[in-house]
Design a protein around this ligand. Structure first.
Ligand SMILES: *Cc1c(COP(=O)(O)O)cnc(C)c1O
Length: 345
C-alpha cells in the first residue's frame, strides 16, 4: 500500500510528525492512570498555561467538530445564537453538531470579505431584532486562520472585541489552523487570543502534525464549569488520554508546533509565487497562512485530477484550494506547478 498521494487537499491528509510520534512512543512505556489523570496530561496542560501566559482550563477531545460544538454549547443556552461567517466550518462542515450539542442554539450567518466577520456584520445581526421571537445572540465565533486562508489582525480582533463588549457577547475561536496564524502574524498566542477578547480557543493538533487530538482552552475559567462532564457525555473523554496529551507535549516542548506551521506557511508562499507567474491563474483570496486559493481553467483542473493530484474544489467554478502542511515539499510543489504549466500551454 502506498501513501504517496499527490496531495494538496488538506493538512489532515498528512501523517504524524516525528516529534508527536516520538512522544507518543515515550508515553507507551509501561502503564499510566486513565482518563487524563496521568503525568503527560498534567505536563501538557501546564505547558499550555505557560505558552498562553494565563491560568486557563484545558481539555482534550478527539476532533475539531467536538471541540467546537462542545465549547459553543458551554457558552450558550438552547435559546441563544452564535454569530459566525457563512463559510465557517461550524456552519458548513459539522453536520449540525453545534446545534445538536447545544440542544438547538442557532447559528446566525454573517457575510464578510475573505472569510472574515466584520464589526459591522456582527452588529447588524445583533441589532436587527431585540424581541423575544429572535434567538438571543450570545457568542461570536471566528476562525483563525479563516476557511479562506486569511487572518484576523490584532486590530481586527480588537474591533470584534469591542462589539462583543457592547452587546455582551462571548468570543469563541476555531483554531483549526491556529499555529499557522501565530506563525504568520508573528504575535504571541496570548496576544491573539485572551488579550484580544477570546474566551475559548479550540486549538487543533491534528492539522499541525498529530495523529489526532484537539485542545480546548477556556481563558475565562468560569465558562468551563462542568465541561469535563460535557466531554464525557459526548463520548469525547479519552480513556487513554496520554496518547493525545503526550504528542501535544511533543509539539509544544520541542517547538514543532511553530516549526510545522512556519514550514506550511512558507510552502504556501512559495506555491503562490509560482502560481502568480503563470498567465491564466488567478489568486482568489490574500494568501496569509498555509492555503492558496486559485482559479484555474476547468480543463486544467481535469488534467490535474487525471494525474491524481488531490485538492478541494468546493469554492465554486474553477476555484481550487491548495493546502500545505508540515510534510509538504518544494519538490512536490514544483511538480504540481509543472503539471499546471503543461496543462495551460
Ligand atoms: C479541520 C477543521 C476543523 C476540525 O474538523 P474535524 O474533522 O472535526 O477534526 C474545524 N474547523 C476548521 C476551520 C477546520 O478546517
Amino acid at each position: 500500500m502506498s501513501n504517496n498521494l499527490e496531495q494538496f487537499a488538506s493538512d489532515n491528509y498528512s501523517g504524524i510528525c516525528p516529534e508527536a510520534l516520538e512522544y507518543m512512543l515515550r508515553a507507551n512505556q509501561g502503564s499510566a492512570p486513565a482518563y487524563g489523570n496521568d503525568e503527560w496530561t498534567q505536563k501538557a496542560t501546564d505547558y499550555f498555561r505557560e505558552l498562553f501566559e494565563i491560568d486557563c482550563e484545558v481539555f482534550f477531545t478527539f476532533n475539531g467538530t467536538a471541540a467546537n460544538s462542545l465549547s459553543l454549547a458551554a457558552l450558550c443556552q438552547s435559546y441563544h445564537s452564535v454569530i459566525c461567517h457563512e463559510t465557517s466550518h461550524i456552519e458548513t462542515d459539522e453536520c449540525g453538531a453545534p446545534e445538536f450539542a447545544s440542544n438547538g442554539s442557532k447559528l446566525l450567518l454573517a457575510k464578510g470579505e475573505n472569510g472574515k466577520l466584520t464589526p459591522q456584520s456582527i452588529d447588524s445581526i445583533v441589532t436587527k431584532r431585540a424581541d423575544i421571537h429572535y434567538p438571543k445572540p450570545k457568542v461570536i465565533s471566528i476562525t483563525q486562520a479563516t476557511e479562506s486562508g486569511t487572518l484576523y489582525s490584532i486590530d481586527e480582533l480588537l474591533e470584534i472585541k469591542a462589539v462583543a463588549e457592547t452587546h455582551k457577547l462571548k468570543i469563541h475561536m476555531d483554531g483549526a489552523r491556529f499555529a499557522n496564524a501565530v506563525a504568520a502574524l508573528n504575535k504571541s498566542p496570548a496576544e491573539i487570543t485572551w488579550k484580544s477578547g477570546v474566551d475559548v480557543l479550540c486549538f487543533c493538533g491534528t492539522k499541525n502534525g498529530m495523529a489526532l487530538g484537539e485542545a480546548i482552552l477556556f481563558f475565562n475559567k468560569n465558562l468551563a464549569e462542568d465541561f469535563d462532564y460535557r466531554c464525557k457525555q459526548a463520548g469525547q473523554l479519552a480513556s487513554k488520554m496520554r496518547f493525545i496529551s503526550a504528542p501535544w507535549l511533543g509539539l509544544l516542548e520541542t517547538g514543532a508546533w511553530l516549526k510545522n506551521a512556519r514550514h506550511a506557511n512558507q510552502c504556501a508562499e512559495y506555491l503562490e509565487n509560482k502560481l502568480l507567474n503563470i498567465a491564466g491563474v488567478q489568486i482568489m483570496f490574500p494568501r496569509e497562512a498555509n492555503a492558496v486559493f486559485a482559479k484555474l481553467p476547468e480543463p486544467v483542473i481535469h488534467s490535474l485530477k487525471a494525474k491524481n493530484w488531490q485538492f478541494y474544489t468546493f469554492i465554486g467554478m474553477g476555484g481550487v484550494r491548495l493546502m500545505c502542511s508540515w510534510n509538504t515539499t518544494k519538490t512536490r510543489i514544483d511538480q504540481l506547478i509543472s503539471d499546471i504549466e503543461t496543462a495551460i500551454a
